[in-house]
Design a protein around this ligand. Sequence first.
Ligand code: KOT
Length: 819
Amino acid sequence: MYSPRFDKRAFKHEVTENVKTLFRKTIEEATPQQLYQAVSYAVKEAIIDDWIATQRTYDKEDPKMVYYMSMEFLLGRALGNNLINMTAYKEVKEALDELGIDLNLLEDQEPDPALGNGGLGRLAACFLDSLATLGYAAYGCGIRYRYGMFKQKIENGYQVEKPDNWLKNGNPFELRRPEYAKEVRFGGNIRVEYDDKTGKTHFVQENYESVLAVPYDYPIVGYNNHVVNTLRIWDAEPIVDFQLESFDRGDYHKAVEQQNLAKNIVEVLYPNDNHYAGKELRLKQQYFFVSASLQAAVAKYKRKHDDLMKLPEKMVIQMNDTHPTVAVAELMRILLDEEDLGWNEAWEITTKVCAYTNHTIMAEALEKWPIDLFSRLLPRVYQIIQEIDRRFLIQVREQYPGDENKVRKMAILRDGQVRMANMAIVAGFSVNGVARLHTEILKHQELRDFYEMMPQKFNNKTNGITQRRFLMHGNPLLSDWVTEKLGTKDWATDLSLMSGLKKWADDKEALKEFMDIKYRNKERLAKYILEHNGVEVDPRSIFDVQVKRLHEYKRQLLNILHVMYLYNQIKEHPEKSFYPRTFIFGAKASAGYIRAKQIIKLINSVAEVVNNDRSINGKLKVVFIEDYKVSNAEIIFAAADVSEQISTASKEASGTGNMKFMLNGAPTLGTMDGANVEIVEEVGIENAFIFGLSSDEVINFENNGGYDPYEIYNGDPDVRRVVEQLVDGTYSHGDHEMYRDLYNSLLKPTDGNRADMYFILKDFRAYAQAQERVEAAYRDRDRWAKMALLNTACCGKFSSDRTIREYVDEIWHLDHIEV
Ligand code: KOT
């Protein structure tokens, strides 16, 4: 399948055969969905050989492996990406053309696997791509949710959630592996058995419920290197033997319970980003996939090795936020109870194997499980955590005699809660943040006590993204142009080469080509918007884009208030020149996040008023793209002129959308937050539009009770006007109450929260001024083209290949492999 070996005739034959055997049809008769399946199976066929070869190499060379444990993997579609990484995209497109099949239409037939919420899950997917591409042995470990992230419909301006039945037509790329199934146990009680002969104590779980975890393997194709790694996602099935036994005893109830437990556990992804809901089922999900993955990992190790003390030489576990951190205690349990090691040995192994990544400082995202719930569901794991905590607090008291305040802050068990982050830090050998600023805030604010006690554990790994999906696949025009200008395609695996584009930054001809490509991508997006949203937008206008999860700290509200302000300006000064703008939004709100949903409604209400006002001559358009997801994201990034990254400084740990925009040549309009800081460092402040409070200023305000939004409200008539427009009926058909809560959130303290918690009014004027700078820069076509091009040219640092190299060199110490 790799270009040199691609056999077009054989491939076409294979597709034709697949259509026949799978569907008893000819190519002409088959539906697009059936053709997608037939083509995917043909592609899988080619992948399988490399998959086998890769696993054989791992077997033979026995490299150290990373297990990347994550509740989320936001993969996006596989077909196109696999073809890109097999360097067969163009050949396959040609072959299919000859069969009268349009590859792009086929790609649209694939459901977008959405086993993640946003940045955290997408990062996990980019990491798997980079690990395979760089030739490292890696397993992704996660859950095969029956329903992924919900599909978003907009009805009458409101978000409506529809189930995402992504498996309804089957999944050509996955492989069920029942031979590796593992039992996972919940609840019951622990009986302590003392063995007189050996003098050992055994802990036996009784009266538990259990499910069978069945793995599905999903190939992760490396770029142009024949490496195929595995994402292993677990499904839950009832344990059949048990069920029969229960039926025999007439224990129908028990059998039904097992069925229900199995069905419920993997039913659906919790659609909360940056938010902890504390649901029992969520904890079950966490333990379910962590226990199954660890049992499989230890079993795999034991097939080749008998000295468990050397386990850390062969595996490392990266915990993607606190969600899988029960891994720490589960690994202890396996080593203590199933492998009969002593505490000290088990602890030594665990603390050499486990590493933790922190992705957020948002207080509402902190996982703190109620002890009663936790100990009821995971009685043995809880005992182990008690012992970890007991031993740790002895250390704290030794190091800080008499400082009970430290003990209170650092304890794992406290106030009736299990604090997962504390456990991860205590047991992990590495704690990393996801951008330099974020890591500094962790060290000096949120996790200060831990940093003081164990500074050697703390390190930064600034996030990255894969250029294979977000440039090669998402933006083929720019991709080809870059290859031509650099005279090589090596940027596909070495993004630092992009800096070679700088030499074209003053070349009129090259700049024109660059902007022509942007224009064609804008046309492509305009077509998508017309087809999917029924709104006509002008590709000659500035495409100003904010796409990301909806969260107050990300401040979509600031953006839309500013649109309201611009609308007022245009209405009031029709004579003033105004460069036409299209404000594009895309965002899902967690189903239960009321205020986020109000913001979506507000955006759509503003769109309705503005887009239908003929008097402004189409100078302003607002579009809310329904169902923002990986597949349409690729089209959106390619078409953006302006990248809105306007979170309240200190709140966005890193951001990764910011990097995707940069890669595609869109300058950042943003705050000095997360990875924006490093983006500006790379591209130069003159090639970005930076505004607003700094993280230090924000933190300062927060530590001193906030600020008074009425200062702004009373002092700035433009701000006052847009705030009043939330409740004067302008955007609500005369309804004064529709946006009252948003209005109140800006001006009044509500349910224990400060007024304007996210400094929207405070930053408003600075934001509006930055937007004026955007307009001025855009009017100067040459200047803008240069800025845009330099963004692409300076994005080298933000490849996830760089990030993964740092993880490998500084945390994981993996062996490089060649297949
Ligand atoms: C937290 C709880 C549940 C689900 C998701 C989260 C979460 C998501 N925490 N952090 N994130 C984002 O992670 C990205 C990848 O590191 C960051 O770029 C982004 O700033 C985080 O908000």
